[in-house]
Structures are given as structure tokens and as C-alpha cells.
Design a protein around this ligand. Structure first.
Ligand code: PAF
Length: 286
């Protein structure tokens, strides 16, 4: 696997493949790769002739006081992992290569779907994500780009961006990879102390219980309140725990034919997010 650091070198490699008629699948990441990322690489492998990954810790999606400076940067280990999982090319630009024009710069804002949930708690976050992803896609020009469903709101923002801006690249969501206790894999899990790590799996358990109760007909607000309280007792500081319509994150008060429960909570210094989609068989107003 080759690693390139500049747009010029990336274009040389991609143009060569395109002239040979190869299709390209793209996996954008911020590095510190784990099994969740490697599942994306594996899925990318099965979808295209060539797989390109990027590692770029994007400053514009971090807010003030967030972990941009301390975000784990592990390029050598990432290179080894990507090569082992069949990635063909790694693009690892620096900030100068990525944001190579003078500020203020054009940016992408995806209205409504960016607004609540994480968008409300992290103002500007999804503008940073959407803008860097469209820049990366314009650079790599892939047939498809793959993203983990753990970041469900991010996936919805990117799908809406792709639809609204007529992107030729298909946006593909890949199921969350979990630890044995259900904790969704994330680079930020390493901020958990051993004691916090022992309770972290309760976030997923709360989603499972809540989805089951709603499916059994319990009132949405009641199910959510019960789980919120349990999480608080275990030491989580819950930022949100909400039921939304799965296809577009519209706010709903009763289950849609396909719904998603989304949760964000702090445990010690780690901010964890997770979600669970489920179907509702009975009549639905949504
Ligand atoms: O999900 C991530 O790791 C990042 O938000 C992404 C999509 C690579 C954009 O920086």
C-alpha cells in the first residue's frame, strides 16, 4: 500500500487507475483505526477494484474546548492496519494541503438534519464534516464512500448533502462494530478509565431495552425517561436520548415504521454516542 500526502500525488495515483477503468471505493477517517474502520475497508474491498482511505484529523469539525489537540494520531499503526486489510492507497494530507486556499472559504451547510442532537451540542460540527467530506470526495472522485452507522446523524447529513448537491458518489452506511459488552467501537473509548470502561457497555444495553419496550407498546417518553435515569445512576451524564424517524431524523412522538433511538452521554472525559434502529410493525403515523 502506498501513502501519499499531497493532492498532486493523490491525483496521479487515482488518474492512473481511472485510465485503466478501475472503480474506486473510499473510506475517509480521522485515523487511530480500529475494527470498526477495518470493517469499512473490508466492505469497500467488496464494492470496488481499488480502495482508498484517508487519515485527516479535521480541525474544522472540532469546537472550542474539544479534543482536537489531544485526538490520538497513530499514522504508522494506521498504515500497517490498512495494508493488512487490503487498502490500496492511503491519503494522509496535512492541514495546509487540505485547506490550501485563503480564508474565508466556501463551506457546506446541510440544514435541518444537522441542527438537533449532536449538531445542537457541537455547533458548526456538521458544517466542518460536510465540507471536508465533499472536499475529500472531489479529490478522490470515488464511485462510493463508506461511513460507519455509529455516527448515524453524520451519515444522514452526508446522504442529504449528496442528494441535494447531485453528488455522483454513492454514500454507503456500514453497521456498527461492537466490543463484546456492546460498546460501539470508537477512537474516543480510550479516554475511558478502566472503571468507566466496565460500565460503558450500559449505553448499548439502555438502547436495546428502550427499543424493546417501545416495540412492546410502552409510551416513548416513559421508556426513555427510565433509561436516562438508569444511565445517570451509573455515572453517565446524558446529553440527549431521543427517538427519531430513521430515514431523515424527523422528530416523532410515537414509533415510525422504521425508527432510531439516538443517545449521547459523557462518562468521565469521554463523550460517547450510539444509536439503535428498529422496525415497528403496527400502524404508524410517521
Ligand atoms: O467520521 C469521521 O471519522 C469523520 O467525521 C470524517 C467522516 C472522516 C470527516 O472528517
Amino acid at each position: 500500500m502506498d501513502t501519499v500526502h499531497t493532492l498532486a500525488d493523490l491525483r496521479t495515483a487515482v488518474d492512473h487507475w481511472k485510465r485503466q477503468g478501475h472503480s474506486i471505493a473510499f473510506v475517509p477517517t480521522m485515523g487511530n483505526l480500529h475494527a470498526g474502520h477495518f470493517a469499512l475497508i473490508k466492505a469497500a474491498r467488496s464494492r470496488a477494484d481499488r480502495v482508498v482511505a484517508s487519515v485527516f484529523v479535521n480541525p474544522t469539525q472540532f469546537g472550542e474546548g474539544e479534543d482536537f489537540e489531544s485526538y490520538p494520531r497513530t499514522l504508522e499503526a494506521d498504515q500497517r492496519g490498512l495494508a493488512d486489510h487490503g487498502c490500496d492507497l492511503l491519503y494522509a494530507p496535512d492541514v495546509q494541503d487540505m485547506y490550501n486556499t485563503a480564508a474565508p472559504r466556501a463551506a457546506v451547510h446541510v440544514p435541518v438534519v444537522s441542527d438537533g442532537l449532536c449538531g445542537e451540542r457541537r455547533p458548526g460540527h456538521f458544517d466542518g464534516v460536510a465540507t471536508v467530506v465533499i472536499k475529500l470526495i472531489n479529490r478522490v472522485t470515488p464511485d462510493c464512500a463508506l461511513f460507519g452507522e455509529k455516527d448515524y446523524q453524520q451519515l444522514m447529513v452526508l446522504r442529504k448533502m449528496a442528494a441535494d448537491l447531485d453528488l455522483a458518489t454513492e454514500i454507503v452506511g456500514i453497521p456498527t462494530v461492537r466490543e463484546s459488552d456492546g460498546l460501539a467501537m470508537s477512537s474516543r473509548n480510550q479516554y475511558l478509565s478502566p472503571a468507566e470502561r466496565r460500565v460503558a457497555g450500559q449505553l448499548h444495553a439502555a438502547l436495546e431495552r428502550c427499543a424493546l419496550k417501545i416495540k412492546q407498546g410502552e409510551q416513548v417518553e416513559k421508556s426513555i425517561e427510565t433509561e436516562r435515569k438508569k444511565l445517570s445512576k451509573s455515572g453517565f451524564r446524558v446529553e440527549y436520548f431521543e427517538l427519531r424517524r430513521a430515514r431523515d431524523l424527523a422528530e416523532i412522538s410515537s414509533p415510525a415504521s422504521e425508527s432510531v433511538l439516538l443517545v449521547a452521554a459523557k462518562l468521565g472525559s469521554a463523550r460517547l454516542i450510539d444509536n439503535m434502529r428498529f422496525r415497528h410493525e403496527g400502524p404508524s403515523q410517521n
